[in-house]
Design a binder for this molecule. Sequence first.
Ligand code: RAM
Length: 424
Amino acid sequence: MLKSLTKVMAIVLLLALLVPSATAVLAQEAVACDQDYSVQADDWLSKLADKFYGDVLAYPAIFDATNAAAKSDSSYATIANADLIEPGWKLCIPSADDAQAMMGGAAPAEAPAAAPAAGGGKSYVLVPKNLGNPYFDAANVGAQAAAAELGVTVTYQGSATADATEEIQLLNSLIAQKVDGLAVSANDSDALVPVGKSAIEAGIPVVSWDAAIAPGGRTVHINQATAEGIGRGQIELVSKLIDGAGEIAILSATSTAPNQNEWIKWMNDELTKPEYADIKLVATVYGDDDDEKSYNEALGLMKTYPDLKAIIAPTTVGIAASARAVQDQGMVGKVAVTGLGLPSQMREYVKSGACPAFALWNPEDLGYLAIYTLNAIASGQIEGKPGDTFDAGKLGSYTIDENGEVLLGPPFVFDPSNIDNFQF
Ligand code: RAM
């Protein structure tokens, strides 16, 4: 429920930004409906655009076609707000060609820039790996706080799934809209380099945060903590939970996730130390930061490895799903779940013992720092080069290191003694 609510809120923000400009340039005459569609619970226009055209940004075609059809046939819905569609409404779905032609009317180069902030502030976009992930929603809370302090606008836009191709498509469209800056959590480090480069060449600074775009496709990367510290810390934590012996498995995000892959590399390195000789990593699997897939992968691990002692899930989606799977299977006390999680999602599992301890940084601070960094570059206070120092509001001053990265700080371990002190 929370998941779908937050998803809807993010889409509402997306639509609030795009609809007035996009639809204004689309044809208003009726187009042929290739098919009719009856709105289901949990539908929203960009989701339907994705379903019918494989493009979340093509929703104005459905919006306009339905409104045009409603003029001559009242069985079609009249959509006043693109962010409000009701179950049972009849929508007109133009053919892919017609939709493309309609969207072609809104040629990216002609599209107006994203709405400027009151007071002439800049307009930035915070792009998560995927929508509907409470971790990224928390980062957006911090980003909005930074935006309010700086007098700029930050919109939160992303794709439904953690997928690099969809993310690249979105970024291309944001470049065409001439936004003032992009803050991106990357679904693939190398695949996003060309689009990042295009943005920078178009004068749009690119700050990657959480999951890095490789150098060349970003101006600066905001790292939540060192990859080495996170990776080694995960093994130290699991070792304590299983008394230094037994089979463990890793349940990660997607197989291309730049951040998880770096952390896993360091976990494997840490495991070569003599003190972990009795710990055996039996599998590394991927839940794609999708709750259901992660849950099923966790079930699969317990089935395939009956002696499994622990699951490390270095993803907030994977750790919550794994803890739920362990609890549902009555395996609390037999299989310990740890990794990286949100206190708000993990509280019940810490208390039940399914996840005795886990780590994370403050994602709100990460989003806040990403926007302060982006604004420092976009407003010309700094170039974004190693050695540049800038102010990040309540977090104090930061310096870009020799690798072109800004480091938020060390991760924090949550357990029964402190879990109630954190809300994010
Ligand atoms: C998930 C995402 C994110 C990661 C956290 C720990 O929410 O994969 O990129 O940093 O987990």
